[in-house]
Write a protein that binds this ligand. Structure first.
Ligand SMILES: Nc1ncnc2c1ncn2[C@@H]1O[C@H](COP(=O)(O)OP(=O)(O)O)[C@@H](O)[C@H]1O
Ligand SMILES: [Mg+2]
Length: 248
């Protein structure tokens, strides 16, 4: 269950309390997050929406340990990550977080196989074990027949599938997806969302996803809106009722 009022207990997989993030720039201050609370359980699929600049990426980066908050706590599976730094945080990230970005962020000179293998190079797995994991991940995303292709030889949707395979190959605790369909056409976006849904429903993955697309957000179990630095639940069901029909 997803909560935004700080009422979750220690059973929550992800527990965020009083999160503040202020950026200093050119003498000015931007308060992006202002005492934000969030609880996410294992297996939850949550979408974050909000206008450009409302702090969606900032929030994901903080939960993923890519950035540090100005104030507040983030506890994931019992680990207080806001107190970690440097090497420890890097290790934590490699073990617990799978990232999926809008622009895929694949390495152009590596094949699909090699891109997916990258996170495993940081582990103690043998070459044969790595191959097995990579083949499994590429199988899950339906790209077994594209393993030797380079990113430029793939469509945008296929590139994003490789990126998702890379995100799941080390079996992370949760996935963070920042506008995963933002650069895709409708059909490719639908396919990527079907895949992410499958990861949640079939494999029990926990997914936190940013999107500006209400069609994409509707796939998630819960949609939250960033508003003035905190999260609010959207009125359920989503959309407005026009003449008895529900429209977005
Ligand atoms: N590294 C940074 N330095 C200064 N300001 C930043 C930085 N990153 C983001 N911001 C500012 O924080 C606000 C939120 O940004 P962001 O989290 O990227 O929003 P969103 O993803 O919702 O579009 C914006 O006003 C942005 O300009
Ligand atoms: Mg963003």
């Amino acid at each position: 269950m997803v909560r935004v009022d700080g009422s979750g207990d220690s059973n929550s997989l992800i527990r965020v309390r009083g999160l503040d993030k202020t950026y200093q720039r050119g003498g000015g201050e931007t308060r992006v997050l202002q005492g934000l609370n969030l609880d996410v359980d294992k297996g939850d699929f949550v979408a974050f929406m909000g206008p450009s600049g409302s702090g969606k990426t900032t929030l994901l980066n903080l939960i993923g340990g890519l950035d540090v908050p100005t104030r507040g706590n983030i506890i994931v599976a019992g680990d207080e990550i806001t107190h970690m730094s440097g090497h420890k945080l890097t290790e934590w990230r490699a073990r617990h977080v799978g990232f999926v970005f809008q622009m895929y962020n694949l390495i152009p000179v590596l094949t699909a196989f090699q891109n997916v293998e990258l996170p495993l190079l940081l582990t103690r797995l043998s070459k044969a074990q790595r191959r097995k994991h990579v083949e499994t991940a590429l199988g899950v995303v339906g790209l077994t027949d594209r393993m030797s292709h380079y990113p430029r030889q793939l469509s945008g949707g296929q590139e994003q599938r490789v990126a998702i395979a890379r995100a799941i190959v080390a079996d992370p605790t949760f996935l963070l997806c920042d506008e995963p369909t933002g650069d895709l056409d409708r059909q490719s976006a639908d396919e990527i969302m079907a895949l992410i849904e499958q990861l949640v429903k079939q494999y029990g993955k926990t997914v936190l996803m940013v999107t500006h697309d209400p069609v994409v957000a509707r796939r998630a179990g819960t949609t939250l809106h960033l508003d003035k630095g905190v999260l609010v639940e959207s009125a359920e069901p989503q959309g407005v009722v026009v003449g008895g029909r529900r429209e977005i």
